[in-house]
Design a binder for this molecule. Structure first.
Ligand code: ARG
Length: 276
C-alpha cells in the first residue's frame, strides 16, 4: 500500500459567531429550520482543533455581524505561492465578505492581493492539484473567472462544469487527496454525477486513479474533505468513503459538522488554505 505523506498546512478560518440560515442560496438552506449557533461554534472549534493537533497552523479572521456565511472561509480566497486572488460573490448577501478577507491578507503582509472582476467564489470552486487549478462553474463562479484566475495567479486552469444544484460548488463534489509531486501524480476523489458528461470524461482522462465517490458519499458532504496528503478530515457520516480512503493508505478523521451543513457547508468550506 502507498505510504501517504502529510504536509504541514496553513489555514485561515472564521468562527461562526454570527452563523444563521436567514436566506436560501443553495438547496441545503432552509430558513424555516432552526440553527443552533452554540452547536455550530462547538463543531467549528473541534474542526480547528483537529487541524492544530495534526500540526497545522490555523489563523483566525474576526467574524462580522450580519454575515452569517462568513464562516465559509474557503469562498474568500485562492492562495498559491503567496499570491492571493480574492472573491467576488454571486449572492448579494455575501458580497461584503470579500472585503473583510482582502483586508486580512493585506494586514498580514501579503503584497500580491488581487481582486477578480468576474464572479469568483474562490476555493469553493477552485482546487489546487499541485500542478493545475481545477475550476468549477455552472452555479456560482463565472466561466470567465477561470481565465482571469489563470492570468492573475499564473497557474494553468482547467474548467469543469457542475450540473447538480446540490453540488453547487466544486468543493462539494471533488477534493484533492494528495498533490502532485515530481514522482507521483495528484490523487483526487470526486462524485462523477455532479459533473457534465464532457467534464466527467475530462476527469476520467486526467485522473484515472481517482476515488470515484457514490451518491451516498456526496450526499453527506463527504467530498467536502480536507486532506494534508495523509490525514483526511471528513464529515462524521462519510464512513463508507472513509473506509475506501483508508484502503488507499489515508488516515480518515471524522468530525461532526451537521449544524454547518444546514447552510450547505462542510469541513472544506470552513477552511481556506494559505499556500505560503
Ligand atoms: N451558504 C453558503 C453559500 O451558499 C455555503 C458556502 C459553502 N462553502 C463552500 N466552499 N462550498 O454560499
Amino acid at each position: 500500500m502507498t505510504t501517504r505523506v502529510p504536509l504541514t498546512r496553513r489555514y485561515l478560518m472564521c468562527p461562526p459567531k454570527y452563523f444563521a440560515v436567514d436566506y436560501a442560496i443553495n438547496p441545503w438552506m432552509d430558513p424555516s429550520k432552526p440553527v443552533d449557533v452554540r452547536r455550530a461554534l462547538g463543531q467549528w472549534t473541534a474542526l480547528r482543533d483537529i487541524y492544530r493537533e495534526l500540526g497545522h497552523t490555523v489563523e483566525e479572521i474576526e467574524p462580522q455581524p450580519g454575515l452569517p456565511d462568513m464562516v465559509f472561509a474557503a469562498n474568500s480566497g485562492t492562495v498559491i505561492d503567496g499570491r492571493v486572488l480574492g472573491a467576488r460573490f454571486r449572492a448579494t448577501q455575501r458580497v461584503p465578505e470579500a472585503e473583510h478577507y482582502r483586508r486580512w491578507f493585506v494586514e498580514h503582509g501579503y503584497r500580491d492581493v488581487l481582486m477578480p472582476s468576474r464572479i469568483n467564489e474562490a476555493e469553493g470552486d477552485f482546487a489546487w492539484t499541485g500542478r493545475i487549478l481545477l475550476a468549477g462553474t455552472g452555479f456560482r463562479t463565472d466561466p470567465e473567472a477561470h481565465g482571469e484566475a489563470q492570468e492573475l495567479l499564473g497557474v494553468p486552469v482547467l474548467s469543469l462544469r457542475l450540473v447538480d444544484p446540490r453540488y453547487y460548488h466544486l468543493d462539494t463534489a471533488l477534493f484533492v487527496l494528495s498533490e502532485a509531486t515530481d514522482v507521483s501524480p495528484a490523487h483526487i476523489a470526486y462524485y462523477p454525477e455532479a459533473f457534465s458528461q464532457g467534464s466527467q470524461r475530462v476527469l476520467a482522462r486526467m485522473f484515472p486513479d481517482a476515488v470515484r465517490a457514490t451518491a451516498a458519499d456526496a450526499g453527506c458532504f463527504g467530498l467536502n474533505g480536507v486532506s494534508d496528503g495523509r490525514n483526511v478530515v471528513l464529515p462524521l457520516e462519510a464512513t463508507a468513503l472513509a473506509r475506501r480512503l483508508a484502503a488507499c493508505g489515508y488516515e480518515p478523521v471524522l468530525t461532526d459538522i451537521a449544524e454547518l451543513r444546514k447552510a450547505g457547508g462542510g469541513p472544506k468550506c470552513c477552511t481556506l488554505e494559505i499556500r505560503k
